[in-house]
Design a protein around this ligand. Sequence first.
Ligand code: UDP
Length: 323
Amino acid sequence: MKVLVMGGAGYIGSHTVRLLLDSQIDVVVADNLIYGHKEAIDERAFFVHADLLNPLSLEKIFEIHKIDAVIHFAAFAYVGESVNHPQKYYYNNVVGTLNLLDAMLKHNVKKIVFSSTCATYGEPLYTPIDELHRQEPINPYGKSKLMIEKIFFDYEQAYGLQHISLRYFNAAGASHDAVIGESHDPETHLIPLVLKVIKGERADIKIFGDDYETADGTCVRDYIHVEDLASAHVLSLGKLNNFNGCLNLGTGIGVSVKEVIKSAEEVTSKRCHFSVIAKRAGDPAKLYADNRKAIDVLGWEPQYKDIKDIIHSAWKWEISKRY
Ligand code: UDP
């Protein structure tokens, strides 16, 4: 089996590429390397420099390689930027995916596993959030992902597309051997920022509000280890024949911002200075997954359930990172 991984040089993509190769699946990685890192691409994979907005670059991949399925990670994913530059998000994420689907259909490739997000739900009406929760995203990033989910259902009806959209909660951690991990520029995510404070690269972590209706007043999120996300993608490939639709990927466990900071202090035996500033627009108090459908459909089970283990893997990467 040969799989095209669009965005295979990115954070979640690069971990999935490694697991595919370890599972004896051939991999072609395509990436425009705008946010992805060449160093993150496993050397066993065949790399192609391609861009979703350059249809010819996509065409070529399918002409040269006999691709059986696509895993599609390539997207812009900064929520705040998507509000200020929706054009960039709708073109790359939506038009880009349409271009990818064009190339796939032209070459009779009908299987796709897609990176979606819990941001497609918008403000939660209840937690844990299941897949039947209404979807009303509150920013262009979430809207762009929801549009693609919907396009897949229409393509299923009309062209027989087989699709699984995986709605990630908060991706976190790094590979077990600390060879690859999270490296964003700019970095906006809580765990790497906390670890940079502990490392002495930043003065303190700003907590966005501590008067939410949660046990300690700070926001609660569901941190899912990147290798658990990777395993769900590999399992999804095997389920495309009998399931089309959307699955939540989370641990089902909510962890607050203050709990993340405290756990990071325990894992590293170092202090993490913090200060509390105003709430960030669009941050709901609590977001965590009902993950039973993914467990049921995929036979998947997250291996990392303790936030300290997730932070420990992120810390090993943070102190040794190569990119
Ligand atoms: N957060 C914070 N300070 C930061 C970054 C994040 O307090 O500098 C909080 C944020 O409000 C959210 C949680 O940490 O409740 C996780 O945020 P992140 O940006 O990592 O992921 P998101 O939940 O936005 O996808």
